[in-house]
Design a binder for this molecule. Sequence first.
Ligand code: NAD
Length: 284
Amino acid sequence: MTTIGKAAVIGAGTMGNGIAQACAASGVPVVMLDIDQRAVDRGMAAIGSSLDRLRKKEKITEADKEAALGRIQATTSYADLGDCDLVIEAAPENLDLKLRILRDVQKALKPDGIVASNTSSISITAMAAALARPDAFVGLHFFNPVPMMALVEVVSGMQTSDATRDAATAFAKRLGKTPIQVRNSPGFAVNRILCPMLNEAVFALQEGVATAEAIDEGMKLGCSHPIGPLALCDLIGLDVLLAVMNVFYEDFNDPKYRPAPLLKEMVAAGRLGRKTGQGFFAYR
Ligand SMILES: NC(=O)c1ccc[n+]([C@@H]2O[C@H](COP(=O)([O-])OP(=O)(O)OC[C@H]3O[C@@H](n4cnc5c(N)ncnc54)[C@H](O)[C@@H]3O)[C@@H](O)[C@H]2O)c1
């Protein structure tokens, strides 16, 4: 089994910089690649701020912060991936873009290097089929914000070898995360269960079962959820939830996944949640 001594992430956005930070904070040297220097700089600035917040809370020292930053090599060049054991793709959720990147990564990588994708919704099996070494490809689905969230779904496509899955699992543990094994399937395990629950909360609101406040209070106090489902819809973004439900509806060919009409209406009105200041609740 390949031991991951050095890793890389493609994309320095929300997830990419979070994964790079998690690697660096765990002592794993990491290359963080994006399309241009501005994007790479933004990613490094986000990591710097996140480490600063941890230092202010006295969870890490100034020396820990500097050591972590010293383990991150920010770049725009695929040539810097040559000595990495694992590359995690965290580019935007677009199949054609991801396949272009994954093929370039496999070309730049050493022969026994492993490639992973942090995709939320694209089939790991379908992506693997387009690669030269499908057995060395796996899903590593981190959760946002990566430095805080303990879970990683290790997603095996039909072609993923046991050795690849085991190396990815060991790597997630090395980052201090708790990996769970998941077979490739739309939404993997967590979003498959979470998103229909959120959609059902919108149905309940639409049908006048209870007010938005009452639905959220009910799920917090009755089910020990830390946040109500409608507040969570607002946090995720109603457009993102609608897109996921549409994927489930199509991929499973099952009407139980139909998006709630009120969800569609809210998205059409531009009430997308926190990011627009208005969703099921109002935000200043
Ligand atoms: N945001 C979340 O909560 C979340 C959670 C789990 C998984 N994901 C998945 O993670 C992936 C990344 O999401 P994100 O929220 O970090 O997106 P993001 O938009 O914040 O970041 C994407 C980054 O990729 C870069 N990029 C674009 N084209 C590139 C290219 N050709 N080569 C290299 N970099 C390129 C962009 O410049 C940007 O910095 C997506 O597949 C998404 O589905 C997101």
